[in-house]
Design a protein around this ligand. Structure first.
Ligand code: FAD
Length: 295
């Protein structure tokens, strides 16, 4: 009788050095890293992936952390689960938008096993953490034996289910800079079922000047409306240097929706998703503005 998952060789690392050694040794082999297994197990059960080697990093305790430093900001290790990010006191205090995002990812059971990094590495175009991390100007550290590089969050995914991570490498840390004063950030996703992947999602960061009148910086991340999450740079320019009114927000929303390239699916047409992205930018931008005023 055929098993559901095809046979593979199981390798486990307990430290980052061990993981990088194993990756170096097997970089020319057909392998997959497994963290919480929430996406990988499904792909293997459906035989979309049939790797010869599985490299288990779940036991790499030195990558299981959520830390904050006033100078360097937030650091999330590759083994931090969605749930630990959601419940982190420092996330709740300093990066409320990440808690809001996490509360709508899948179910608590999936969040207890699934890592935030594994979600990014799976690279579903509608992955929830990407838009807020893009808005927050986060960077992702990618490591190989004896080497390390950092990649801006908006450049991490390169195609459908594909990231910049190369054979022999793994993603090790997410770094989110401290928020400047007078800054507000918000995130919303729209999905047909609570906890399901988004049809579209948006996160907007707005920084106001000292008088809290003019927008001095804006960043917009969008999910589900292209082959990867995207940064809506043209829409950001609409907001920068202006006093943000409803009309300015509506224009930014229109420009943002033009920056998308959604794909029609059984759940919604490309036109619907494009329209939805604009609506989300307008609503999320309004709340981010209110938060910047209160900050
Ligand atoms: C029922 C269900 C509903 C879901 N709904 C949502 C949702 O609403 N929103 C959302 O954003 N996500 C959703 N997800 C996705 C879920 O969040 C991810 O499956 C989970 O976070 C992946 O993390 P993991 O640790 O389990 O990764 P794994 O499944 O172990 O790995 C996923 C992929 O990333 C690679 N990988 C993992 N860690 C690393 C690393 N450090 N470096 C390089 N590659 C790595 C693996 O090789 C694999 O290809 C859902 C999943 C399920 C099962």
């Amino acid at each position: 009788m055929k098993t559901i998952i095809t046979d593979f060789n199981y390798l486990a690392a307990k430290t980052l050095d061990e993981a990088l050694d194993l990756l170096c040794k097997h970089k020319d082999d057909d392998y997959r890293i497994i963290a919480g297994g929430q996406s990988l197990n499904t792909a293997m059960k459906h035989r979309l992936l049939t790797p010869e080697y599985i490299l288990d990093i779940k036991g790499v305790a030195d990558l299981d952390y959520v830390r904050f430093d006033e100078k360097e900001g937030l650091k999330i290790g590759a083994l931090a689960t969605h749930r630990s990010v959601e419940l982190s006191p420092v996330v709740r205090e300093k990066y409320e938008v990440l808690r809001e995002m996490e509360e709508n990812v899948a179910s608590i059971e999936t969040r207890n096993w699934g890592t935030l990094m594994g979600d990014l590495c799976n690279a579903d175009p509608a992955v929830d953490p990407a838009p807020p991390l893009i808005a927050l100007d986060a960077e992702i550290t990618v490591s190989a034996k004896g080497e390390e590089r950092t990649v801006p969050a908006e450049e991490f995914a390169v195609d459908f289910f594909e990231t910049v991570v190369q054979p022999g490498e793994m993603a090790t840390e997410i770094r989110v800079p401290p928020l400047p004063p007078n800054t507000g950030v918000h995130f919303m996703k729209y999905s047909q079922i609570h906890g399901d992947y988004a049809l579209a999602s948006a996160s907007v960061l707005i920084t106001l000047d000292a008088a809290k009148e003019q927008c001095v910086n804006a960043r917009i991340g969008l999910g589900g409306v292209g082959v990867t999450p995207i940064r809506a740079k043209k829409a950001e320019e609409v907001l920068k240097g202006k006093k943000i009114t409803d009309e300015v927000l509506a224009e930014a929303a229109r420009v943002a929706s033009e920056e998308t390239s959604p794909i029609s699916g059984i759940e919604a047409s490309a036109d619907y998703k494009r329209e939805l992205a604009g609506t989300l930018v307008r609503r999320v931008g309004k709340e981010a503005l209110e938060r910047a005023r209160r900050a």
